[in-house]
Design a protein around this ligand. Structure first.
Ligand SMILES: [Zn+2]
Length: 273
C-alpha cells in the first residue's frame, strides 16, 4: 500500500475526495490500473510514477496529475456525481443548457446571477434524478453535438468562454437526456437510485412552473423510498400520505401502482412506466 503524504491528504480533503475513491496502483501497469479504476468509478490512483512537472505521485484515472491540473479532476468528479441532470432554456436568446446539479433550483439562480453565457433568464425546463448524473450529462451533450454553440461573454472584465450551450429546442434537449438515461442506466436505474446519495437534492416543487406536472418513471414494483426520492421528498412524507388514505405501510415496503399514482397526482407528478 502506498502511503499518502500530508500534502496529498490535504489535497484530497480540499477536493472532497473520499478514500473510497482512491486506488492503490503500486506496481501496476498504467493500462491495468486505469481499466480497474474505470470499472470501480475510482478517481485517484496513488503509488504511481512521479509527474514530470512537480514530482507528484497521484494520477487521475484519465492519467493526469491532479495536483498540476485540477481542471482534469473537476471533470472526473462531475462524472461520478449522483444528482439531477437538468435542461434549462432561455427565451430571450433561444439557447439551451444541459447540466448536473445536486440542487437544480439553486444552480439556476446561480446561473442567472452570474449571467451565464450572457443570459439571465435561465429557467428549468426538465430535470431528472440520476445515479451517474455526470455520465448522463456527458452523453446527452454528445447526442446534441451538431447543435453545440460556443459563446463568449464578459464577466468582471474577463472574457468567459462557454462551450456547453446548444442552439436547439428545450424539448429536443430533454429527449437527448432521456435517451442518455436509457443508455447509461437501463434496467438498473432504480436499483442505483436507491443506493444513490440524495443529500441536498432539490425539491421539484421549487422549480416547477404552475400547473406543470413532472413525469417520474418507475418500472416494476413501486417502493416507498424510491417513490419519495424521485419526488424529492422524504420517505416518511409518503408514509403520511398513505396514512391519510388509511393505508399502513413502512418505509421499506412496496406500494400498489394505483396508490402510487394517486400520491403522485396529489403532489404534482405523473407516474409513468
Ligand atoms: Zn504534478
Amino acid at each position: 500500500m502506498a502511503i499518502l503524504s500530508d500534502e496529498q491528504m490535504r489535497f484530497l480533503a480540499i477536493h472532497s475526495i473520499s478514500m473510497s475513491r482512491v486506488f492503490d496502483a503500486s506496481g501496476m501497469k498504467r493500462s491495468v490500473y486505469q481499466a480497474a479504476m474505470r470499472e470501480l468509478s475510482m478517481t485517484i490512483a496513488i503509488g504511481v510514477s512521479p509527474c514530470n512537472a512537480g514530482g507528484h505521485t497521484m494520477k487521475t484515472r484519465s492519467g493526469h496529475c491532479p495536483q498540476c491540473g485540477t481542471h482534469n479532476l473537476a471533470f472526473l468528479l462531475r462524472h461520478d456525481e449522483d444528482g439531477y441532470v437538468y435542461v434549462a432554456d432561455s427565451k430571450q436568446s433561444g439557447i439551451v443548457k444541459i447540466g448536473t446539479a445536486g440542487d437544480v433550483r439553486t444552480r439556476i439562480t446561480t446561473l442567472n446571477n452570474w449571467g451565464y453565457g450572457g443570459v439571465s433568464d435561465w429557467r428549468v425546463h426538465y430535470h431528472i434524478a440520476c445515479a451517474k448524473a455526470g455520465k448522463v450529462e456527458f452523453k446527452a451533450q454528445s447526442l446534441l453535438q451538431s447543435y453545440r454553440i460556443s459563446r463568449t461573454y464578459l464577466k468582471g472584465g474577463n472574457t468567459v468562454d462557454c462551450q456547453e450551450l446548444f442552439a436547439c429546442s428545450a424539448s429536443m434537449a430533454t429527449e437527448s437526456v432521456q435517451k442518455a438515461v436509457d443508455q447509461i442506466m437501463p434496467s438498473k436505474r432504480l436499483a442505483e437510485l436507491s443506493k444513490a446519495k440524495v443529500a441536498g437534492v432539490a425539491k421539484p416543487e421549487a422549480v416547477r412552473q404552475p400547473n406543470q406536472k413532472i413525469a417520474i418513471q418507475i418500472k416494476g414494483p413501486v417502493y416507498i423510498r424510491e417513490l419519495a426520492q424521485l419526488m424529492g421528498i422524504k420517505a416518511h412524507h409518503v408514509v403520511q400520505d398513505l396514512l391519510k388514505m388509511k393505508i399502513h405501510l413502512l418505509l421499506d415496503q412496496e406500494v400498489s401502482r394505483q396508490t402510487a399514482e394517486k400520491i403522485c397526482k396529489k403532489r404534482g407528478f405523473v407516474l409513468k412506466t
